[in-house]
Design a binder for this molecule. Structure first.
Ligand code: SAJ
Length: 429
């Protein structure tokens, strides 16, 4: 292993920054690049612009090694890692502008013998049909003068540092040499197995993993709708079904959010629209889940116009601060569109200012005081001690049948419903 190699990591978000930190901790010289000057300024001050468990400690350790610096421009290096976002456009097609501009930024400093690895989740053939041609416009040939590979990030937000090390890794090199180089590079910190393949297979693997999860969550969400209509408790039914040795149904909820699972399946639909009915349908089922939740509330209490409601949790999933594509935010918008007055509380957004156009209260009691409906839409640990009766007390209407709690995540204990009306997702009466 050559720890003297200089690695340039382009994109310092949830994946790029932890990856840069991991390499720096292994003794590599690392330049972290981000086009956002505020991100570079923050990191240069030794501060973080994102929250992730263990990241602050790891960052401090990497800085102490002395090899980690930050820049707004891509600098000459031996290895380039592209870890920029790949969001989708309004028509659900992949927005590849950040990958394109990252490759364009590398081209002028690329030299013979370098290795370029794309990590951003991308539609199949991006490495060979988008990144390779851009890099080759500088005159060097991929597979001959420089090495090129695709290696998807597969870490779970909330457990990024742990999973960067322990997960198996897929490396899709353009050539055997690219595979071997990338393998040696990642083996510096990855403890899982590193599996080698070609770039397009590696791109497809990443999309298949997230699509698999999306389709399975859609199935759980659809079960929640059917169960409610059939006077069945979907949570009990799932628990029982999962005793079967070959069944493992996921959890229904307020919908699927985040920048990965709610986005990536569309990349497969985009490249194969005629062959992706199931994937498209699953996306639609999950996207419609916030509306289903709101319609269940309406079914229970009647028209929502003028109703005072509090939404607890804005993050896209439990115990993180990430609000991107969050179904909870969609629930807030839908309630407002129906005429509700909505307050919110999100324990993981510390400044409690506007989040995706939604203001959050500073405390839970402040958010729920005086409302008629409380919706618990994210199963944050902070909410696990809540009961319907306790909520009713905080609201100021203990024992009043006019007060309603909507539990979208099966977090409230059943035996303590008190006299409130409780609407549980997927539970028919
Ligand atoms: N969700 C449910 N029910 C479940 C599980 C999840 O409704 O049973 C919801 C969550 O609340 C959330 C969404 O799905 O809104 C996605 O959450 P998640 O924890 O399933 O996944 P992400 O998006 O945080 O991370 C995924 C992971 N992919 C897989 O597990 C296959 C992660 O390993 C990937 O690295 C990440 O996408 C990514 O970056 O692509």
């Amino acid at each position: 292993m050559n720890n003297k190699e200089h690695i340039c990591v382009v994109g310092l978000g949830y994946i790029g920054l932890p990856t840069a930190i991991m390499f720096a901790k292994q003794g590599y010289t690392v330049t972290g690049v981000d086009v956002k000057s505020e991100v570079v300024d923050t990191l240069r001050k030794g501060e973080l612009h994102i929250h992730e468990d263990g990241l602050a400690v790891a960052f401090k350790g990497a800085l102490a090694m002395g090899g980690l610096t930050f820049s707004e421009q891509t600098v000459a290096a031996d290895v380039f890692i592209i870890a920029v976002p790949t969001p989708f456009n309004k028509d659900k097609s992949a927005d590849m502008r950040y990958v394109r501009s990252a490759a364009e930024g590398i081209r002028p400093v690329l030299k013979a013998g370098d290795l370029v690895v794309l990590e951003s989740t991308s539609p199949p053939r991006t490495t060979i049909e988008l990144v390779q041609p851009i890099l080759e416009q500088g005159g060097l040939k991929a597979g001959k003068d420089f090495d090129l590979a695709y290696s998807p990030e597969r870490v779970l937000p909330g457990r990024i540092l742990e999973e960067l090390v322990s997960n198996d890794r897929i490396v899709g090199g353009l050539t055997e040499q690219a595979n071997q180089r990338a393998k040696v590079l990642y083996a510096s910190f990855v403890r899982g197995t590193i599996h080698c393949t070609d770039p397009t297979t590696a791109e497809m693997v990443k999309l298949m993993e997230n699509t698999y999860r999306d389709v399975n969550i859609a199935l759980a969400n659809e079960f929640s709708r059917i169960a409610a209509e059939q006077a069945v408790d979907v949570w009990e039914a799932i628990e029982l079904a999962n005793h079967h040795p070959r069944v493992e149904i996921l959890r229904p909820g307020a919908g699927v959010g985040g920048h990965c699972i709610s986005v990536d399946p569309w990349f497969l639909v985009e490249v194969s629209p005629e062959r992706s009915d199931l994937i498209r349908t699953a996306r639609r089922v999950n996207d419609a889940q916030p509306a289903f939740l709101v319609s269940e509330l309406e079914r229970a209490i009647g028209p929502l116009a003028g109703v005072k409601a509090a939404v607890l949790g804005l993050a896209y999933k439990p115990n993180i601060d990430d609000l991107r594509e969050s179904p909870a935010i969609e629930v807030v918008h839908l309630l407002r569109n129906a005429g509700c007055e909505v307050r919110t509380f999100e324990p993981y957004v510390p400044d409690h200012i506007a989040a995706e156009g939604v203001m959050a209260c500073e405390t839970l009691p402040e958010a729920v005081k005086g409302v008629e409906v409380v919706l618990v839409v994210v199963a944050h640990d902070e909410f696990k001690a809540l009961t319907a009766a306790k909520l009713a007390e905080l609201v100021g209407k203990p024992g009043e049948a006019g007060f309603t709690v909507v539990d979208a995540v099966n977090i409230l204990p059943r035996e303590q419903d008190g006299e409130c009306r409780v609407v549980r997702l997927g539970v028919g009466k």
